[in-house]
Design a protein around this ligand. Sequence first.
Ligand SMILES: Cc1cc2nc3c(=O)[nH]c(=O)nc-3n(C[C@H](O)[C@H](O)[C@H](O)COP(=O)(O)O)c2cc1C
Length: 325
Amino acid sequence: MKLLALTCGRKMANCEILTKEALMGAEELGAEVEIIRMLDLEIHHCNICWPCPAMMKGYSSCIHKDDGPFLFEKIMDCDALLISAPVYSLTPPGYLIAIRDRILGNKVDVASLAEVKKSQGKDERFDFTFHVDDRIFKKRVGAFISVGGAVSHDWVTLSLPLLYTMVFPMEIKVVDQMQVCGVADDGAITLKENELQKARDLGMNIVKASKQPYDSVKFVGEDKGVCPVCHCKAIVIDDDGSIICASCGVRGTLKIEGNKVIPIFLPEEQDKSHLFLEGKKIHHFEVGNVIKELDPYKEKIPELSKKYASYKSPVIPPSKQKKDK
Ligand SMILES: Cc1cc2nc3c(=O)[nH]c(=O)nc-3n(C[C@H](O)[C@H](O)[C@H](O)COP(=O)(O)O)c2cc1C
């Protein structure tokens, strides 16, 4: 079993130390482990070319010649993925999110790719053929470690929810996650025996999960959070007063008992979580309809856009004097 750890903090700082503790635990149970220091990689942000050469021919065809294809190959090669990340301004680091948009996200969405695969790479909405890499469908498990310097939870609110966006398109099943607070100085985590132990257990939990039949794998993290599906705690109140899990999209309602707010997520709603194929399929077809509904009006767009294309003055050229496309 190959466990790949992507660590996003500084070299030998808190995230890396917790990652290594987790990997020691995993190795004890027989896993083959590897670490990629994400700060060592050079990965350009996605330019959203359309059609995307990587989606048509694979990542080596991307316009950017950098570590993107290397990282993608490493992820494809693993059986389990651990992501450890510091909290920067409430979220995981921006470079990790940029990497998601470049090589993961919709490019590895198993619901969309399964539909495209059924039609030999064709999607009726687009006039090109998709390259479908079957390794994307491999059943993997994963876990997250998030490290914040703040003691108070209000400074780490979006970290675990956003880490989910790294893995849910490929349906990597998260079996454990931990949010560490109050660890800022280099190596300060070495003084927190309980957090090191949690990381070691997390590493072991990944290996144990990978040995189980995928369908029976359950979340075993200590903190069960608020959402019963992703176990995160970020909730959005929608316009109609219903609630949405900000991370995995499950809808529910709130009940108030005394001074406690109790979220209720019905089982049929839980099944539509972005974490599951059903939830991703709903999104795939919903976006498909948006595209189809536009069809009769498409020809109007060039004419309506002229006003904005000719309004040039506020566009400042980048410092390297790249040509404005
Ligand atoms: C740019 C920046 C922004 C940060 N923002 C937050 C934050 O919003 N919340 C928080 O709890 N910690 C924040 N921190 C603290 C880091 O999460 C913390 O120091 C962590 O240990 C860094 O990980 P590392 O030691 O593995 O590099 C921030 C640190 C930096 C450098």
